[in-house]
Design a binder for this molecule. Structure first.
Ligand SMILES: Nc1ncnc2c1ncn2[C@@H]1O[C@H](COP(=O)(O)OP(=O)(O)OP(=O)(O)O)[C@@H](O)[C@H]1O
Ligand SMILES: [Mg+2]
Length: 259
């Protein structure tokens, strides 16, 4: 049975697309049939980030009733399937976000996991993915504005009948703030699924138009992306990298107390 996750935030630029792509590829590498869908139909950039040029049919055409979803599913890196959105303003204007529900119904028998990259803000095209997914993942950065906006999105999600799976604290360490998992859990009232560190290799990989988990599989952020994917798919995470750190009981205890 398919599980659909909407990856959303509230505030823009916090790492939704980065997470969608890297989690999607990580799930695919675990052998899970996974589709990542760019529902940020106004400011789409998943295709750009993945270096997927020259795409004849995108989600824009499908939502405009001019194309079929089967023709908008493309092979992405690491075995993940990608439904990109177009980048033209005209395409955005013609796309009907309400059709996203039909799109999802048609994707049901095509994959085990569907990850939906939602737009930031609380526009109509942002609201639909909150209600259609099984679970919603809130992405936050360690800064107050990001947490405040995520809280609004969480409330909106609940009003829409959506269910929040948890939050991911991304770019931890970036702002030199003291905001940690516990503060995120206190403010948002949801559990923190995991903490992705600020990692320059994430941006470096993006510059190569390659997912970080493929370009730099052993970098700190990639190992967390893979850990989250394992958690989502119910697999025990094994860190097999050369930089593997064996965590002692005392380390684990300290991590759970201080994070
Ligand atoms: N853990 C990280 N470490 C370092 N840089 C990161 C990390 N996560 C994301 N970034 C960088 O932050 C920027 C924004 O990321 P991304 O585009 O994924 O955010 P977004 O939430 O999808 O933005 P938008 O709201 O505009 O769609 C990108 O340059 C990305 O490479
Ligand atoms: Mg994005």
């Amino acid at each position: 049975m398919i599980r659909a996750y909407t990856i959303t935030s509230g505030k823009g630029g916090v790492g939704k697309t980065t997470l969608t792509v890297n989690l999607g590829v990580s799930l695919a590498l675990l052998g899970r049939k996974t589709v990542i869908l760019d529902a940020d139909i106004g400011m789409a950039n998943m295709a750009l980030i993945l270096g997927m040029d020259d795409i004849p049919v995108t989600l824009h055409e499908v939502l405009a009733g001019k194309g079929d979803i089967e023709d908008a599913i493309y092979d992405g890196p690491g075995g993940v399937k990608v439904v990109p959105s177009g980048i033209s303003l005209q395409g955005f204007q013609q796309a009907d976000p309400d059709k996203l529900r039909d799109v999802m119904h048609k994707l049901v028998d095509k994959c085990e996991y569907l990850l939906i990259d939602a737009p930031s803000g609380i526009s109509k095209e942002g609201v639909v993915p909150l209600s259609v997914a099984d679970e919603v993942i809130l992405v936050v950065n360690p800064e107050l504005a990001s947490m405040a906006d995520a809280l609004k999105t969480k409330i909106l999600c609940e009003v829409m009948g959506g269910r929040v799976y948890g939050a991911i604290l991304n770019r931890a360490g970036l702002e030199h703030t003291e905001i940690r998992s516990q503060s995120v859990e206190d403010v948002l009232g949801v559990r923190v699924i995991d903490v992705v560190p600020e990692d320059a290799n994430v941006r470096r990989a993006a510059a190569y138009k390659s997912p970080c988990v493929l370009k730099y599989p052993q970098t700190d952020a990639s190992r967390v992306f893979k850990r989250i994917a394992a958690q989502i798919s119910g697999i025990e995470y094994r860190d097999t990298g050369s930089e593997q750190k064996t965590e002692s009981f005392v380390d684990r205890l300290a991590r759970s107390v201080f994070r």
